[in-house]
Design a protein around this ligand. Structure first.
Ligand code: CA
Ligand code: CA
Length: 211
């Protein structure tokens, strides 16, 4: 009986872990930042504005999210003006696919580093159309586990979007949008880790102190 119980518990744990779809863990430089990979250079998109060409993604091995990963993605954004910069950190043309009908949440560890106090950001999943989430402030420091509920989020259509995200087995992910608000010509640094389609929002939403 004890062995049966242990087996049942192990199966439950396995089924739970498989319900989560990893969209990007930033562990392998070769697959997440190059043409045909996942996240493109921040200047790749023609929609991006107000950034110095030195702005780029980098592989980060020191500041990594809690939970045992070995690398995160560091996004260095050098603004060229005082405000109104915009970054479409896009997955174009290869967007990670997730089953929004069985997951329903997007979660990501995001570390607020240098000069991020005046930034805002949003999440952009797709149902074939580009649907942008509410815009939120980067009002923490250090690591925070952030997420949105795709069933209750208020979306705004971007490009061909209609403001409604239809959840299905073929949802995919377009980009993180980052906005600069009255910050000056500085370099802002954000770090991302363990971006997943999940079955729940993070239990732990508290802010972790910087290193
Ligand atoms: Ca990682
Ligand atoms: Ca739609």
């Amino acid at each position: 009986m004890r062995i049966l119980c242990i087996t049942a518990i192990m199966m439950m744990i396995c089924s739970l872990s498989f319900a989560q779809t990893v969209l990007e863990d930033w562990e392998d430089w070769a697959t997440w930042e190059k043409p045909g990979g996942v996240f493109q250079d921040p200047n790749y998109s023609g929609s991006t504005s107000g950034l110095d060409l030195a702005s780029a993604w980098a592989s980060e091995e020191t500041i990594i999210a809690p939970g045992g990963s070995t690398m995160s993605g560091r996004l260095d954004l050098t603004w060229t003006a005082v405000s109104n910069g915009f970054v479409r950190a896009t997955c174009y043309p290869t967007r990670p696919v997730f089953d929004g009908s069985t997951t329903g949440y997007l979660t990501c560890w995001i570390y607020a580093g240098a000069n991020t106090g005046q930034l805002t950001y949003s999440w952009v999943p797709r149902d074939g159309q580009y649907e942008q989430s509410e815009i939120r402030s980067v009002n923490w420091s250090g690591w925070a586990h952030k997420g949105i509920d795709l069933n209750t989020e208020t979306f705004t259509g971007w490009v061909n979007g209609d403001g409604t995200l239809v959840l299905s087995a073929t949802n995919d992910y377009e980009a993180f949008f980052v906005y600069q608000n009255e910050q000056g010509a500085v370099t802002s640094t954000l770090y991302f880790d363990d971006f997943v389609a999940d079955t729940s929002l993070p239990v732990e939403l508290s802010v972790f102190a910087s290193e």
